[in-house]
Ligand binder design. Structure first.
Ligand SMILES: [Zn+2]
Length: 382
């Protein structure tokens, strides 16, 4: 259970559909609530999640004092949690903190502070409306691998208001964990928590233009400037067409890591293809479908001589064994429920019946490294 769960969670973290940090807060809140329960719970309520989310944002809405000198201070001194704004939830908490400057930590659960209760309700509504129905969506589809809820994005605020005024029948506030998910969150908490925090950090740095974002890219990002040197030779190799959609490369194009950089940073020439900017952005951090995979493998094998020439001329590293090894591992271990990128048709969700084909491709790649499996030596039992 835990490994496929982790794979799906990585997909949720990798997808770019979120413009605010809410998904990180919700994930951390769910983990914490599961861990704190002592034994993995079957459900938690939206009000529990709201309380925990407020606690997570609480220290983050203090004035940030470490702005780079060159940055204009006109945006205010708070860190934005949303592209283009402070973020609704952060703004609500900030407002509360402005009115209660002596309140250094969030009020206790049994607090009778009516203003705080209002804050919790507003945050709860924001979570109900936005991240909770969207969190488990990858690409166009949804895989409810963590929880089930009884509403979708279309949930009406009047229903929620009725519930908030005490009419429990108006809105079912339970977040029901799917079988084994709460267990997995607890078992993997020590791995997932720092991972989610790291992603949150990276997003806040990027949104706020902090120099650490550039440091991160410098230390661990793909070197886009260097990759640019491969544009011309790859364009020739691909006869001027996009590796994925096959149409002519006019306008902006990008050198793409076939096995996504986020999954395994492999800059070897075999892992690099030239694609339209739009195809590259559409593929994002997803693994490409098997038909792309076979074409990609065949390019490495059939055009090996030309790849060697490019590597020599561009002084670029080429290590097919390593690159195929990375890809073999990725495709052999894909669990069901994960989505592969199919080009213009978007993402395909893998069901159990699709897995053998994908895993077979992974084994083919492994075989291409080591040669086909050897037959048993003569005379040994079958
Ligand atoms: Zn294309």
């Amino acid at each position: 259970m835990t490994l496929p769960f982790l794979e799906k969670l990585l997909q949720v973290l990798a997808q770019g559909g979120f413009s605010a940090t809410y998904k990180y807060a919700v994930l951390l809140a769910l983990i914490d609530l599961c861990v704190e329960a002592g034994h993995p719970p079957t459900s938690v309520s939206t009000s529990q999640v709201a309380r925990r989310v407020v606690e997570l944002y609480w220290p983050q809405v203090r004035p940030f004092t470490d702005w780079p000198a060159a940055r204009s201070q006109t945006d205010g001194e708070l860190l934005r949690q949303n592209r283009g704004s402070l973020g609704k939830i952060a703004a609500l908490i900030w407002e509360y903190r402005q009115n209660h400057p002596d309140q250094f930590s969030p009020p206790r659960v049994d607090s009778s502070d009516g203003e705080y209760a209002d804050l919790l309700r507003e945050v709860e509504w924001k979570l109900v409306e936005m991240p909770l129905p969207r969190l488990q969506r990858v690409g166009g589809g949804e895989e409810r691998f963590i929880y089930e809820i009884g509403w979708d994005e279309g949930v009406s605020s009047s229903r929620f208001r009725k519930y908030a005024r005490g009419d429990g029948a108006a809105f079912d506030n339970r977040i029901l964990f799917v079988d084994g998910a709460a267990d997995a969150l607890v078992a993997l908490a020590a791995v997932i928590r720092p991972l989610v925090q790291q992603q949150w950090l990276v997003m806040v740095r990027a949104i706020n233009g902090l120099p650490e974002a550039r440091l991160e890219a410098f230390l661990f990002g793909a070197d886009r400037v260097r990759l640019g040197a491969l544009h011309k030779p790859l364009r020739l190799l691909q006869s001027g067409t996009c590796f994925y959609c096959g149409s002519a490369l006019g306008g902006a194009s990008e050198v793409d890591h076939f096995v996504p950089w986020a999954r395994s940073p492999d800059d070897g020439l075999d892992n690099l293809v030239l694609a339209h900017d739009r195809c590259n952005r559409h593929k994002l951090h997803h693994l490409a479908d098997v038909n792309f995979g076979r074409r990609w493998r065949d390019r490495s094998l059939e055009l090996s001589g030309r790849l060697d020439e490019i590597a020599a001329e561009s002084k670029w590293s080429r290590d097919r064994v390593r690159t195929f090894g990375v890809a073999a591992t990725a495709y052999r271990r894909v669990p069901d429920g994960v989505r592969l990128w199919m080009g213009e048709r978007g993402l395909r969700r893998l069901g159990l019946t699709d897995l053998p084909e994908v895993h077979r491709f992974g084994r083919e790649l492994a075989d291409a490294i080591s040669g086909p499996p050897r037959r048993a030596p003569h005379g040994s039992p079958p």
